[in-house]
Design a protein around this ligand. Structure first.
Ligand code: CA
Length: 293
């Protein structure tokens, strides 16, 4: 289908994942920037460094929003944040609502990540049975190694977990509650301080052999492994974030058949057949246009 993504305000795709902006040789938002541009959107990808706090990343994002506004002459921007990027986008929307037309969370840990909780415990000796602690931390370090293409994982990547635990995000939410649902699993306000809030995310569904080509994606295998460490949202998560934890503003859908990395079309377009993660962004741009954004 021919999509029109020519939003009034530029779109910023805000990445999470501890500061990596690519996976191997692929853009983190694989094929998404180009698809949006081809459909008429102005798209920018701010770079946020790895740091321990969502506030610091949010502050970096604000500086880059100012640059985009100055460069384009636009009055506001539309922010679409994946994973931890959603928290930086929420920070910017809360602190500078006059510069932010919309905040959209894609697979965002808006109430924290149970995976981060588990890994945090795994880093403290004695907090978890040893075999679980070893399994969780080994899998996570291999995951980061795959993403970054490096053998050595920066320590701050693991320290950044503090910003993603249920406890860490709860503290963040006390300061920046805009768009959060008031009940677990519910929807949040669509508009706060004239900023529109949206979210979407997916869950792991069915056996791996039903995934088609996605079964060949190492990142999918990691997500399946991580999924075992969830408790509250066991069976209702994308491998890194629980379904209800991702809810923010208008919840477009939180059970797309996508793992945490499928929602940015990784690895390199290997996703389950029947779902097109790139089209979700194009469809959303059309939604923003209809709202005059
Ligand atoms: Ca995938």
């Amino acid at each position: 289908m021919q999509r029109n993504a020519s939003t009034l305000y530029p779109i910023l795709l805000v990445h999470g994942l501890f500061g990596f902006d690519s996976i191997g040789k692929f853009d983190l938002f694989h094929g998404i920037r180009q698809a949006l541009r081809n459909a008429g959107a102005q798209v920018f990808i701010p770079f946020l460094s790895a740091t321990h706090s969502n506030e610091m990343r949010g502050q970096q994002l604000l500086e880059q929003i100012d640059r985009v506004l100055a460069g384009t002459g636009a009055r506001k921007v539309n922010l679409i944040g994946h994973s931890q990027g959603a928290l930086a986008a929420r920070y910017a929307g809360a602190v500078a609502p006059d510069k932010v037309a919309s905040v959209t969370s894609v697979s965002g840990p808006n109430h924290g990540s149970e995976l981060a909780d588990c890994l945090r415990k795994a880093l403290k000796p004695g907090e978890l049975p040893e075999y679980i602690a070893v399994a969780a931390s080994t899998l996570f370090v291999e995951f980061l190694g795959y993403l970054s293409g490096r053998q050595q994982i920066p320590h701050n990547a693991i320290a950044a977990l503090n910003a993603l635990t249920t406890e860490g995000v709860a503290l963040f939410n006390e300061q920046y509650p805009q768009g959060l649902p008031s009940t677990w699993g519910g929807q949040g306000a669509q508009i706060v301080n004239e900023v529109h809030y949206y979210s979407w995310s997916g869950t792991l569904q069915g056996p791996i052999w039903k995934e088609g080509l996605n079964a060949l994606d190492p990142l999918h295998t990691f997500c399946r492994g991580f999924s075992q460490f969830f408790d509250r949202e066991a069976g209702q998560n994308d491998g890194m974030v629980g379904r209800f934890s991702s809810h923010l503003g208008t919840v477009l859908r939180s059970d797309y058949p996508m793992d945490h990395m499928d929602s940015i079309n990784q690895t390199a377009g290997l996703v389950r057949s029947g779902i097109d993660p790139v089209d979700l962004y194009l469809e959303h741009a059309e939604r923003l246009i209809k709202q005059g954004l």
